[in-house]
Write a protein that binds this ligand. Structure first.
Ligand SMILES: NC(=O)c1ccc[n+]([C@@H]2O[C@H](COP(=O)([O-])OP(=O)(O)OC[C@H]3O[C@@H](n4cnc5c(N)ncnc54)[C@H](O)[C@@H]3O)[C@@H](O)[C@H]2O)c1
Ligand SMILES: N[C@H](CO)Cc1c[nH]c[nH+]1
Ligand SMILES: [Zn+2]
Length: 428
């Protein structure tokens, strides 16, 4: 793994590459994704069947998972895996459902104003499935949707080369009472959810992570539907004071690199010695990893160790990169609160990133590519919309009607002024 001094030209070039990562990836796939979306809008299910043949190498007889496939899934999975999925379900459900927002009511001088939180009616959840199967992403998508009170949950997931869906993914979907499941992946799934096809209903919001084709498609359909965020190729940034265990750090860097060749794994450390040790350890651990090709490629593409001089530099660079996952390995805890831009912060050596991927309760569907500066993790709020409500008494309106009419006239909107003034004129 490359090691650079923070203020070197090589470090600057690496940081520039990281900050333009989304744009560089998008440029390469934008035309393809646009074409896929247009074809799905024009040809509906036929386009989906064609893309399944092209990308997933499968002749699909039916796009929808049948009730038999769903009920058989549970018998196909290992009992310990089932137990782990059930435990994750429980933890995620407890954490998400406890956060249900309450309506807000405000009363001032005869005017009652409210903000209501209303579940979105139909949600489309995307579950990735190209390079790995993700039952955990079923839970992370569907549990907050259920907790919010969404009526219809429509799930899409790419199928395997036999036209089937991983049984653990189906078991998780059954556990979450997902209403319908379609064997469609990639940009074509996002287009189908956004515009509807003969089989797939149009939804109101699309959530979920995916590769670059999926995240670019979500950007392009935004407006036709709501979308949660851009949750693209995975990322981890670790900040270390230099006194940490190199083998833990290397393992955590690799954990996210194995998701995608476009994933990003970065260490910021105060110690040259730790940098060397982690770099060696990454090499050793990669050589023992069964699926090391993707992780090695990711580390070559978007991985590096940057050696900083001060803790303030660690904080500043971490806040600038705004990673999806941030592991904080600092003995001096007072710096942790200054870290403000990250999808999820993991604090201390017993909080490795995969704790959040599966079990802790907070969502693993998180903003990537610096978007944690302004976007939030998926949660119950992502499946609710706000609606406002105003009710004034006669006395309440009377107290301010002249100000409203005056304001409206200042905007040259006499119709607005009349609407208010009529309530208090003699010819009412
Ligand atoms: N940010 C998060 O919250 C989060 C969570 C989990 C996973 N992830 C990320 O999700 C991604 C999962 O990616 P994946 O590839 O395994 O599954 P995926 O389901 O996102 O993508 C697979 C689909 O991509 C499409 N595709 C593949 N090659 C294509 C091509 N050349 N042209 C057009 N379409 C093509 C195909 O339709 C295929 O079915 C990874 O990047 C992982 O890091 C992110
Ligand atoms: N780390 C991924 C989010 O970037 C989520 C995940 C699911 N399974 C394993 N990991
Ligand atoms: Zn992961």
């Amino acid at each position: 793994m490359n090691i650079f001094k923070l203020n070197s030209e090589k470090a600057k070039a690496f940081l520039n590459k990281i900050s333009s990562r989304q744009a560089d990836m998008e440029d390469k796939v934008l035309d393809t994704v646009r074409e896929i979306i247009n074809k799905v809008r024009q040809n509906g299910d036929n386009a989906l069947i064609g893309y399944a043949k092209q990308f997933d190498k499968v002749d699909l007889k039916s796009l929808e998972v049948s009730s038999i496939e769903l009920s058989e899934a549970e018998n196909k999975i290992d009992k310990d895996v089932k137990k782990a999925i059930d435990k994750a379900y429980e933890n995620i459900w407890e954490f998400q459902s406890a956060q249900k927002p309450e309506d807000f009511i405000y009363e001032k001088e005869g005017i009652v104003s409210k903000t209501r939180y209303i579940p979105i009616e139909t949600a489309g959840i995307y579950v990735p499935g190209g390079k790995a199967a993700y039952p955990s992403s079923v839970l992370m998508n569907a549990i907050p949707a259920r907790a919010a009170g969404v009526k219809n949950i429509i799930m899409t997931v790419p199928c395997d080369e036999n036209g089937g869906i991983n049984p653990e993914v189906l078991y998780a979907a059954k556990l979450c009472k997902v209403d319908r499941i379609f064997k469609v992946g990639g940009a074509q799934a996002i287009a189908a959810l956004a515009y509807g096809t003969e089989s797939i209903p149009k939804v109101d919001v699309i959530t979920g992570p995916g590769n670059i084709y999926v995240s670019v498609a979500k950007k392009l359909v935004y407006g036709a539907v709501n979308v949660d965020m851009i949750a693209g190729p995975s990322e981890i940034l670790i900040v270390s004071d230099g006194n940490q265990n190199p083998s833990y750090i290397a393992a955590d860097l690799i954990s996210q690199a194995e998701h995608d060749e476009l994933a990003s794994s970065i260490l910021l450390t105060l110690s040259d010695k730790e940098a060397e040790a982690v770099s060696n350890e990454v090499g050793v651990q990669l050589s023992k990893l069964p699926k090391s090709k993707i992780a090695s490629e990711a580390i070559k593409n978007y991985g590096a160790i940057l050696v900083c001089d001060t803790k303030q530099e660690l904080i500043d660079i971490a806040n600038q990169i705004a990673p999806e996952h941030l592991e904080v390995l600092l003995e001096d805890k007072k710096f942790t609160d200054s870290l403000i831009n990250a999808g999820c912060i993991f604090s201390g050596k017993y909080s490795p990133e995969p704790l959040g991927d599966y079990m802790a309760g907070p969502n693993h569907i998180l903003p990537t590519n610096g978007s944690a500066r302004a976007f939030s993790p998926l949660g119950i709020q992502s499946f609710m919309k706000r609606s406002n409500y105003i009710e004034a008494s006669k006395e309440g309106l009377e107290k301010i009607y002249k100000d409203i009419a005056c304001f409206a006239k200042a905007e040259n909107l006499d119709g607005h002024a009349n609407s208010i003034l009529r309530r208090f004129s003699d010819d009412e």
